[in-house]
Write a protein that binds this ligand. Structure first.
Ligand code: ATP
Ligand code: MG
Ligand code: FE
Length: 344
């Protein structure tokens, strides 16, 4: 099947066409530069940008694929989770388009899209695989029985997401938003063992077992304290070492829990997705641990890690292939869409 995917959960207006497992076009417009001076995404600005970019981006995606709307079998759009005002623009636009062209429309889960997109590079999922989703808003381990029908949460962060933790430390170090890529770059020149950064929730809290849950808020606080102490003592802050030590700690705990999960669930594959999977320290650590444990780690190329329309279209293809019914014409957006819900 040929599916047009539309994405507008945050600051990217994106559209793409996927045919089977082939990416035929992929257009991304971002309002990121408009938010940089505020240190984070301003929902009102992002929503306006979506309203402006929607038609040009969707038209370009169809044109790049050499298709018209009549040629597609279905349309998929992110219905959540994300910023309500942003979702409303994308979903309303997609509904209007589907209605006028008389095409089935799927309101899909953006987070599941982040893992579905790996199929463009690695082919269909094996049945019963584990997936690690690491993004600006999410850090979870999922059990994917069937990406079109059944996904369960195995573990999740109890506070901050990994990307959020990087962005917060980056702000402290004076990097512009989003700071994740800056930490990545500096970490490449630092000593990962220079500073002792705690591993978020390794054993689980006393009395409670969290073998697959994560916690990164304490990691951020520990780094902040250490930097403050250096500054108070009039010592220079070794930025590269701070970044390398943080990245090593976060990547280590993510890889460790993902591998434990694969062992317990008998999964020989680990699917990885989300903006934070662009992080080079995490990519290296996952591939290294995967090789040790006999697990094939499927991490998408960088441009498919961050928000895009291909991830939405790919999940749409999975839904069409599985014969899942399209969403009702009045389906709502869900800014807090739970991860075990694949489609509205
Ligand atoms: P969600 O998908 O949970 O709704 P989101 O869509 O906002 O959240 P993504 O766009 O998937 O998140 O990812 C953005 C995050 O990825 C930001 O936190 C950003 O700092 C982080 N990120 C991107 N590249 C890198 C990198 N190389 N190293 C570390 N973090 C990175
Ligand atoms: Mg973004
Ligand atoms: Fe995302």
């Amino acid at each position: 099947p040929i599916v047009l995917g539309i994405e507008s959960t945050c600051d990217e207006t994106a559209a793409a066409v996927v045919q089977g497992r082939t990416l035929r076009s992929n257009v991304v417009a971002s309002s990121m530069n408009e938010h940089a001076r505020y240190g984070g995404v301003i929902p009102e600005i992002a929503s306006r940008a979506h309203a402006q970019a929607f038609v040009p981006v969707v038209s370009q995606a169809l044109a790049d694929a050499g298709l018209t709307i009549d040629d597609v079998d279905a349309i998929a759009v992110s219905a959540g989770p994300g910023l309500a005002g942003c979702l409303a623009v994308g979903v309303s636009g997609a509904k209007a388009l589907a209605w006028s062209a008389n095409k089935p429309l799927y309101g899909i889960n953006h987070v599941i899209g982040h893992i579905a997109v790996t199929q463009l590079q690695f082919g269909p999922f094996p049945k019963d695989t584990l997936a690690l989703i690491v993004s600006g808003g999410h850090t979870s381990l999922l059990h994917v029985e069937d990406v079109a029908r059944k996904v369960d949460v195995v573990g999740t962060t109890l506070d901050d997401a990994a990307g959020e933790c990087f962005d917060k430390v980056a702000r402290l170090l004076g990097f512009p938003y989003p700071g994740g890529p800056h930490i990545d770059r500096h970490a490449q020149h630092g000593d990962p063992h220079a500073i002792k950064v705690p591993m978020g929730l390794t054993q689980g809290k006393a009395g409670k077992q969290h073998p697959y849950d994560f916690s990164f808020s304490g990691v951020k606080t520990a780094v902040a304290r250490w930097v403050e102490q250096q500054q108070a003592a009039g010592r220079p802050v070794p930025v590269d070492d701070v970044c390398a030590s943080l990245a090593d700690s976060v990547a280590t705990v993510l890889a460790k829990k993902a591998m434990t999960g694969c062992e317990q669930y008998g999964s020989k594959t680990l699917i990885v997705g989300g903006g934070f999977s662009a992080n080079s320290q995490l990519r290296a650590k996952l591939l290294e641990e995967g090789a040790k444990h006999g697990v094939e780690v499927r991490i998408p190329q960088i441009k498919l890690c961050t928000d895009n329309g291909a991830m939405v279209a790919m999940l749409g293809v999975n839904l069409v292939e599985a014969g899942v019914a399209p969403s009702d014409p009045d389906f709502p957006i869900d800014s807090a869409m739970p991860m075990d819900r694949i489609v509205m």
